[in-house]
Design a protein around this ligand. Structure first.
Ligand SMILES: Nc1ncnc2c1ncn2[C@@H]1O[C@H](COP(=O)(O)OP(=O)(O)OP(=O)(O)O)[C@@H](O)[C@H]1O
Length: 263
């Protein structure tokens, strides 16, 4: 069965095939529509490269990349992205930052001027969903790191993407704020039903949020394990202190330790 995001037998070398860096080799990954997938693996194994391939920022030398049953040959407009650094524009209010993609992505770009009020309402609804109701007129530098990352998630979702790509979005936050943001992410996914691929070094984060965790080998990266996580949703944060949860975290930790040792 083809998935919503489907990479097959992908090989990607940076900087020329002869003397470049072979980042991925023989990588297969299949994420179904609406699924929350997490990708974990040793440092430098090619996780961000996988994200760049799935969003069409780079193309592989070998293999195929399909999103929504279409071969990817350029930037994927149905994807929203959020990274570790929210990089909000300091001269724009939070609301104006959240609305930025609408000025770029079609069909919103053409409709923005005419339908401004409904787009503003959409942005305000998103801010409310992540707990930032009333903060739209503040500037990013008036927000805490956790609040900026909440706004960053809104910006990634403002054009209603079918696919959300998250690359270490909670990595720079303290442990408590991170757990709050996990719950925000859990609620957004339940409410909107988009497909998610989350790259993370935090195995607890992967197991808490994902339906399926993909474990990568050391570079050149490929998928060495696909681990289903079947805990009932919505998942309470207390789940992360239960034995069944920690057993999966330890299992993943063991796989990554072995992958590092084999490198
Ligand atoms: N633009 C580039 N040019 C050359 N080499 C690159 C480029 N981007 C990444 N690489 C190399 O490709 C390999 C995979 O990098 P990538 O960033 O995908 O790994 P990662 O798993 O996301 O890393 P980390 O866990 O440290 O965030 C690394 O060896 C990296 O140095």
């Amino acid at each position: 069965m083809t998935g919503f995001v489907d990479l097959r037998n992908v090989r990607l070398t940076y900087g020329g095939t002869a003397d470049g860096t072979l980042a991925l080799d023989g990588l297969d990954i299949n994420v179904k529509k609406g699924e929350f997938a997490a990708v974990v693996g040793p440092s430098g194994c090619g996780k961000s490269t996988l994200m760049k391939l799935a969003t069409g920022l780079i193309t592989p030398q070998e293999g195929t990349v399909e999103v929504a049953e279409k071969e990817v040959s350029g930037p994927v407009s149905i994807a929203g992205m959020a990274f570790q650094n929210p990089s909000m524009l300091p001269w724009r209010t939070t609301l104006a930052n959240v609305m930025l993609p609408l000025e770029i992505v079609q069909p919103h770009r053409s409709k923005l001027r005419r339908e401004k009020a409904s787009y503003v309402a959409r942005a305000e609804d998103l801010l409310k969903l992540v707990g930032l109701a009333g903060f739209g007129e503040k500037y990013p530098w008036q927000l805490s790191g956790g609040m900026q990352q909440r706004a960053n998630l809104c910006r990634a979702l403002i054009h209603d993407p079918a696919l959300l790509m998250l690359d270490e979005p909670f990595g720079a936050l303290d442990a408590f704020t991170r757990e709050e943001l996990w719950q925000v992410m859990r609620n957004l996914h339940a409410e909107k039903g988009f497909t998610v691929i989350l790259v993370t070094h935090d195995l607890r984060e992967a197991v808490y949020l994902a339906d399926k965790v993909f474990v990568m080998s050391a570079r050149p990266g490929r998928i060495i394990k696909e681990r289903e996580v079947t805990f009932e949703r919505p998942r309470p944060i207390e789940l992360t202190y239960e034995n069944a949860f920690n057993d999966i975290v330890h299992e993943l930790r063991g796989l990554i330790a072995d992958a590092r040792a084999a490198a």
